[in-house]
Design a protein around this ligand. Structure first.
Ligand code: NAD
Length: 323
């Protein structure tokens, strides 16, 4: 096989799938298919560094900035997350972290399947909401995000405060929306994530308001400057500010503990009223996070464990049953 040709082919496929997913909100591949192409490309590039390209999809945060919205440059890049698919990947992540910092603790959280958003407050007042966009520059979607009722318009904290999290469409809202679309003969959304992204990118905010969106927040920017030393404390501080965080989180001292929590959540995943596509492990100590550092695309102090595809398993089961 011509390696260079395959690398170029994979980059082209991934660019196309990203465009369909992030810009059109209309994916033609499953997330697992996309992840498999990405894994193959990552491996080929690692093994053949002469073909490395800084514009490769492995090096860039996926996403785009749509016309029609004011563009906003993020104070600090909004990154993606490295992926893990097996317990061994998590162990390897832990080893990389331990090479930099001793006795790490991890906060294990749900990986919400929505779209990343940044919220800005100034002297206690909500001022702006910005999408991740391409990671460097996002779209100002303040008027749409304001329609999400759980987001406080005032917080009890002075200064410039930025929190980041995920806007999502609850399963019930998604079902209702698709039923309505079907009745009207309109094309249905592929999944709640694409429906949420499509709703947030409406120029008419009354449409976003009618879509039943909600949000969870999982990152307190510059938490140390507000006196917090760990991510766990920063999450509790957001709770105190009435900034909605997801209660399903656990402070784990080992990867085995983290894995146990992952299994617990996997078992009750279908009962959750919103979609999750994995779990995220984050190094708890904020100074240690900075020591461990970042790649151009992801923090090295966190990792996303992705669930295996349920649909694929069901399809396989169907095949077995019909044979
Ligand atoms: P990602 O979804 O793998 O992980 C990063 C994102 O996770 C963050 O930006 C944030 O939005 C989100 N997140 C959710 N819960 C979080 C938490 N508790 N803490 C921190 N972050 C949290 O990476 P990505 O760059 O957003 O997207 C890549 C993924 O998108 C692919 O792996 C694939 O699943 C999907 N995708 C699919 C297609 C397709 O064709 N089906 C195309 C492009 C991308």
């Amino acid at each position: 096989m011509d390696i260079e040709k395959r690398i170029l082919e994979l980059r082209e496929i991934l660019e196309r799938l990203s465009y369909e997913y992030y810009v059109l909100d209309h994916p033609s591949a499953t997330d697992q298919e996309y992840d498999r192409y990405m894994q193959e490309l990552t491996k080929l590039e690692e093994e053949n560094p002469q073909y490395m390209d800084e514009n490769s999809p492995t090096q860039r945060v996926g996403g785009a900035v749509l016309e029609g919205f004011t563009k906003v440059t993020h104070k600090r890049m909004m990154l993606s997350l490295g992926n893990a698919f097996h317990l061994d990947d998590l162990r390897a992540f832990d080893e990389r972290v331990r090479a930099v910092t001793a006795d790490p603790q991890y906060v294990v959280e749900l990986k919400l399947d929505g779209l990343a958003m940044s919220l800005h407050y100034h002297d206690g007042r909500f001022v702006q909401a910005v999408t991740r966009g391409d990671g460097l520059v996002g779209e100002d979607v303040t008027s749409n995000v304001k329609t999400i009722k759980s987001i406080p318009m005032a917080i009890d904290l002075m200064g410039d405060v930025e929190v980041r999290g995920e806007v999502y469409m609850p399963k019930a809202s998604f079902q209702k929306l698709n039923e309505q679309r079907k009745e009207k003969g309109e094309e249905e959304f592929a999944n709640p994530r694409n429906a949420a992204a499509g709703s947030i990118r409406q120029l008419d905010s009354s449409i976003a308001a009618s879509r039943g969106l909600d949000a969870f927040w999982y990152y307190f920017m510059d938490a140390q400057s507000f006196g917090y030393q760990t991510h766990w404390e920063a999450m509790a501080a957001m709770d105190d500010l009435h900034i909605r965080t997801n209660p399903n989180r656990r402070l784990c001292h080992t990867i085995e503990e983290a894995w146990e929590f992952i299994q617990e959540i996997t078992a009750k995943r279908n009962e959750l009223p919103y979609e999750i596509d994995g779990m995220v492990l984050k190094l708890n100590d904020l100074s240690a996070q900075e020591q461990v550092g970042y790649t151009a695309k992801t923090p090295k102090w966190a990792i996303a464990y992705k669930f295996p595809a349920e649909e694929v398993e069901t399809r396989l089961l169907d095949i077995v049953l019909t044979v």
